[in-house]
Design a protein around this ligand. Structure first.
Ligand SMILES: Cc1cc2nc3c(=O)[nH]c(=O)nc-3n(C[C@H](O)[C@H](O)[C@H](O)COP(=O)(O)O)c2cc1C
Length: 427
């Protein structure tokens, strides 16, 4: 396990650094935290001290009770200079969140605080995870500072697009998921130590790739006001769209009754019913390289929806005849061209789920089926977490429970390995 120095600067996303520190500690890493003075307005030292079990430093001149040692290590018998000793002992420095101000200071080589001084003295891998308002992120000064840092070998974990921490704000600038930041840090440490060959850069590996995502749940009218629907919120599909955008893809999102905002970088086609979704998917499919069919599309729809509102009066009951809808995915699979990757999603319930997913894979001739056992509490429909099994002709990959964004990244990793295999076969 590694010694990770986490620098927290003063943005709203500082609260997410608590989760990063918690995850890193839980993963068995020895963690020390340094904070900028501005960050204290957002999260106090006591929180990080409680989670790491080690003192948190802010001021360059304040004595470090641990004398630069990481949890589990002996402290030296002299009092070393903190900003030098902490980075001498660490395997990686990660600044999360990295404010626009701190990025500028790091790019300019400033050393006017414990964090910036430590960063300047750091010979271990440095990872920064920026988070800020989208206008600040898009500003040429920030763009140039990030490019300068990346050019010097600093690993940048780009922010995500979506609702920002400050109320009512939306755009690019949301701190990356703490699990993703931690995975990047682990990769940076492994690369430096030569523990395994340097992996391909995880970003932007979908540049130039056209990704079509369907998300949400269709609603099939019973009459003018009622419908047959399902519990899908669209969160998983939106997370896939977000992650694909972050990895450089061109994304079209066919959204059926989404309960969450689609990412601003995607081209969105709004639909309501299975028939509308089918028409939109058929129109968009020929141009896509990857289809991620995450929407919950009704298998059956009322055969003869009433034009007005059905009246209650004079009825003992109401029988609605349902007729099967078109199997959109099977229809698209029949029209696929070489080079396209098709991924279906199967929300199965309980026993036999894996067999059903395998059958779906073969029957519809898909490249992968993402299986979601919706009988498990806390995951799947309308939840923020998910846990899936990606089923391919080669076998299965279990993606452990985590936020849907992290699960989406893992699914895209599988898509990339399917695409890589396909290009080996048909170069
Ligand atoms: C409520 C509030 C929220 C802020 N959120 C951010 C933010 O998310 N990202 C950012 O770059 N700056 C943000 N700032 C501005 C920074 O706090 C400010 O630039 C500060 O000087 C950063 O200092 P530091 O980089 O040394 O921590 C925010 C300011 C306020 C008052």
């Amino acid at each position: 396990m590694a010694r990770i120095l986490i620098g927290v600067s003063g943005g709203i996303a500082a609260y997410k650094a608590v989760e990063l520190v918690r995850l890193a500690t839980k993963a068995g890493h020895a963690v020390r935290v340094v904070q900028t003075p501005a960050s204290l307005a957002f999260v106090g030292k006591a929180t990080f001290e409680g989670v790491t079990g080690a003192p948190v430093l802010v001021d360059e001149l304040e004595p470090d009770p641990a004398r630069g040692a990481f949890p589990g290590d002996p402290a030296p018998d002299h009092a070393p200079i903190s900003h030098l000793e902490l980075v001498r002992n660490c395997d990686a420095l990660v600044v999360a969140p990295a404010t626009a101000n701190t990025l500028a200071k790091l790019a300019g080589g400033h050393a006017d605080s414990l964090l910036t001084g430590a960063a300047l003295a750091c010979r271990a891998p440095v990872v920064v995870a920026p988070a800020m308002n989208d206008a600040m992120w898009d500003h040429p000064a920030t763009v140039a500072n990030v490019a300068t840092l990346a050019g010097r070998g600093v690993t940048v974990v780009p922010p995500e697009t979506g609702s920002l921490a400050s109320k009512g704000e939306w755009g690019a600038g949301r701190l990356a998921e703490p699990l993703d930041i931690l995975a990047t840090v682990a990769r940076a440490i492994a690369e430096r130590s030569g523990a395994r060959p340097a992996p391909e850069p995880a970003w932007p590996d979908l540049e130039g790739v056209s990704v079509l995502v369907t998300a949400g749940g269709t609603r099939e009218p019973i009459d003018a006001v009622r419908y047959v629907g399902n519990r899908s919120s669209g969160r998983m599909g939106v997370a896939l769209a977000e992650r694909a955008l972050a990895r450089g893809a061109r994304v079209t999102l066919i959204g059926a009754n989404l309960a969450v905002e689609p990412p601003s970088g995607a081209r969105v086609v709004a639909v309501a019913t299975a028939a509308e979704l089918e028409a939109a998917a058929r129109a968009e499919f020929p141009d896509c390289d990857v289809l991620l069919m995450a929407a919950a599309v009704a298998d059956f729809a009322p055969a003869a929806p009433a034009a007005g509102k059905l009246k209650k009066e004079g009825r003992d009951g109401l029988a609605i005849e349902l007729a099967p809808t078109v199997d959109v995915l099977a229809a698209l699979a029949a029209e696929r061209r070489p080079g396209q990757t098709l991924v279906g999603f199967a929300a199965e319930h309980g026993e036999g789920a894996l067999d059903h997913a395998r059958a779906k894979l073969e029957r519809k001739r898909l490249d992968a089926v993402v299986l979601n056992d919706v009988s498990r509490p806390g995951i799947g429909f309308d939840a923020s977490d998910n846990e899936v099994t990606v089923v391919t002709a080669d076998g299965t990959v279990d993606v452990p429970r985590g936020p849907k964004g992290v699960v989406a990244s893992a699914i895209l990793d599988e898509v990339q390995s399917i695409r890589a295999q396909a290009s080996e076969v048909n170069p």
